[in-house]
Structures are given as structure tokens and as C-alpha cells.
Design a protein around this ligand. Structure first.
Ligand code: DAT
Ligand code: MG
Length: 149
């Protein structure tokens, strides 16, 4: 079973799309094991986006991700990391496939609504940045046998 970090970015919260975004991932069969509303400060944003330091969009990215409240969640399921990436769509919404969150609700790469970890190592690192171990809940869903086969 795999876990991944999802962030509904400030534009998603401001636009009232928290339920839509989390709902799409939930409806796919992923299980929420952690979730909270928070404001990301500069120091946390720098750690989360450290791999992008030095890129032309880095400062704007930090301004954006710290510009308002976000919803952060840990989702669990078989292949959760890739499932979330697929359901989010390509980084640039104009290149994302219709049916994905970014294609259906966004236009601009600088307002692309949602973050999802991109590898098992990144997921472990990002979950550790945003959640203490005791904020994550391991639980069984009665419906799991109808989702995981
Ligand atoms: P993703 O969020 O799909 O994992 P990423 O990790 O390459 O994409 O980049 C992180 C975020 O940075 C991305 O969601 C939006 C922003 N970004 C990436 N490339 C950009 C670009 N060329 N111009 C502006 N913002 C960009
Ligand atoms: Mg990324």
C-alpha cells in the first residue's frame, strides 16, 4: 500500500474546489489517512519546493503557495502516487488531458490547483514535512474489498 501527499493549492481553496478535487481522488478509491487546512509559511514552502530553487518560476511559486490557506492530505492506496498524478493531469493545464483536474478546472501553470508527490522518495519526504506520525490514521474501510479486488 502506497501513500502520497496531495495539496489543494490556495487557488483551489479560494475557488471552492476543495470538495471537487479531494472528491475526485476519493471517488477513484483512494483513502484519506490525513487531512488539514493550513497556511504554508515561507520556510516550509522553501523546503517543499527545494528541487525548484534557482528556476525562473521559483519565487513566484513560493508567493503562490504561501498566498492563502491550503488543504493538505495524505491519500493511500495501491499505486497511489501514480494514480494521483494521472488524475491531476499535466503540470501545464493547457497540455493536460480532458477529464483530469488541471484540464477541467485550470488554465495557467502558475494556478494549477493541486500538488501530488512524484515518487516514493518524494512522497515520504513531503508527508514528513506536513504531518506528524500521530496525525495520520491507519484505518480499514468496509468498502475496500469492492475497490481493491
Ligand atoms: P508538478 O506540480 O506537476 O509536479 P513540477 O514539480 O515540475 O510540477 O513544478 C512544481 C510547480 O511549479 C508546478 O505545479 C507549477 C510550477 N511550475 C512548474 N513549471 C513551471 C513553469 N515553467 N512556469 C511556471 N510555473 C511552473
Ligand atoms: Mg512536482
Amino acid at each position: 500500500m502506497e501513500r502520497t501527499l496531495v495539496i489543494v493549492k490556495p487557488d483551489g481553496v479560494q475557488r471552492g474546489l476543495v470538495g471537487t478535487i479531494i472528491g475526485r481522488l476519493e471517488a477513484r478509491g483512494l483513502k484519506i489517512v490525513g487531512m488539514k487546512l493550513m497556511q504554508i509559511d515561507r520556510a516550509l514552502a522553501e523546503r517543499h519546493y527545494a528541487v525548484h530553487k534557482g528556476k525562473p518560476f521559483y519565487e513566484g511559486l513560493l508567493d503562490y503557495i504561501t498566498s492563502g490557506p491550503v488543504v493538505v492530505a495524505v491519500l493511500e492506496g495501491p499505486g497511489a502516487i501514480e494514480l494521483v498524478r494521472q488524475t491531476m493531469g499535466a503540470t501545464r493545464p493547457s497540455a493536460a488531458q480532458p477529464g483530469t483536474i488541471r484540464a477541467d478546472y485550470a488554465i495557467d501553470v502558475g494556478r494549477n490547483l493541486v500538488h501530488g508527490s512524484d515518487s516514493p522518495e518524494t512522497a515520504r519526504f513531503e508527508i514528513g514535512l506536513f504531518f506528524r506520525e500521530d496525525e495520520l490514521v491507519s484505518w480499514q474501510r468496509d468498502v475496500d474489498r469492492w475497490i481493491y479486488g
